[in-house]
Write a new protein. Structure first.
Length: 317
């Protein structure tokens, strides 16, 4: 048996050469192949690895945390539930956030990508957020993940001036004490910033194709009783509701979650504009109205277990 440990971010395989080498070894030595996605949850098809295993599918097993991964040929999928449940509970269960809202949005970005760059630069231009954007042009880690070329391809050159302004002023940091890539026990160091904004704009890790892999980015605002907007895969909010969470369609349009990944951020900026037109007293009043929903979500999260994700065996989206 040969194991390929595959390092990914959304639809990209970072160690493609090593991965293909392992696939070739399995074929040449007539062994079964394990493709281990290393506790991550991309949609396997968008990784573009099928062309390398097209004649080895019935001897390939993929280990993934994409709980809604659809069947692909004769590949066997071992679906593990999304993680960070326990670590988020352990880290933040006793955190107390006393809201005194000054900004409509909070957005905290360690590693960039095209959608994070687009949304972060939009917020930065309009001074709407308590935000971080860790990009540092002296770091290969950050330069490799910026997403500037993809931004131009997807959103056009009109998105470039906002991005350039943000990049010139980056990194935007708080006293987070993190290393790169940000480690599991560092993910929640930003929690003290949650008191002064209403809504967190969450950019989930995997968003292309059919995937559902909520991370600490989603769990953190839930446990801190903060409303959220999620840039993620299509139907993401619908699946959160299937898990028993309540979202915020009573206060703003959540139709963006039904859109494809590349169109979502455009619709999300419309929600941002809606919130930006509220004065501080309106934002604080909105928060008070939401309290029953926020309290419900925290209670639901504290009871959430791996078993709850079994409902997605027959995913309906």
């Amino acid at each position: 048996m040969v194991t390929a440990n595959v390092i990914t971010s959304d639809s990209k395989v970072w160690n493609l050469g090593e991965t293909v080498q392992a696939i070739v070894e399995a074929k040449n030595t007539n062994q079964d192949l394990i493709i281990d996605l290393l506790d991550e949850g991309p949609n396997f098809e968008v990784l573009d690895l099928l062309k390398y295993i097209s004649d080895w599918e019935d001897r390939t097993t993929v280990i993934t945390r994409n709980i809604v991964q659809p069947p692909v040929g004769n590949i066997r999928f071992v679906k593990q539930s999304p993680h960070f449940l326990r670590s988020t509970k352990d880290s933040l269960a006793n955190a107390k956030i006393n809201k005194n809202i000054k900004k409509p949005i909070g957005m905290f970005i360690g590693r960039s990508n095209l959608h994070r760059l687009y949304l972060s630069s939009y917020l930065y231009k309009h001074k709407l957020a308590n935000q971080t954007f860790h990009y540092n042009n002296k770091s290969d880690f950050h330069k490799d993940n910026l997403g500037l070329e993809e931004l131009i391809h997807v959103y056009g050159v009109k998105a470039l001036p906002n991005a350039v302004d943000l990049i010139e002023d980056s990194p935007l940091l708080k006293d987070e004490k993190v290393s790169y890539p940000i480690l599991k026990d560092q993910h929640n160091n930003i929690h003290s910033e949650y008191s002064n904004f209403l809504v967190e704009l969450v950019c989930e890790t995997y968003y292309t194709g059919q995937t559902f892999f909520p991370t600490e980015k989603t769990w953190r605002p839930i446990i801190l009783e903060t409303p959220f907007i999620v840039q993620g895969p299509q139907w993401y909010l619908h699946r959160l509701r299937d898990l028993g969470f309540k979202t915020f369609g009573s206060w703003w349009d959540e139709g963006y979650s039904e859109d494809s990944a590349n169109h979502q951020p455009i619709e999300i900026t419309k929600v941002v504009d809606f919130l930006a037109n509220k004065d501080i007293s309106e934002l604080n009043s909105m928060y008070k109205e939401m309290k029953p929903v926020l309290e419900h979500n925290k209670k639901r999260f504290m009871k959430l277990t791996d078993k709850d994700f079994e409902i997605f065996i027959n995913d309906r989206y």
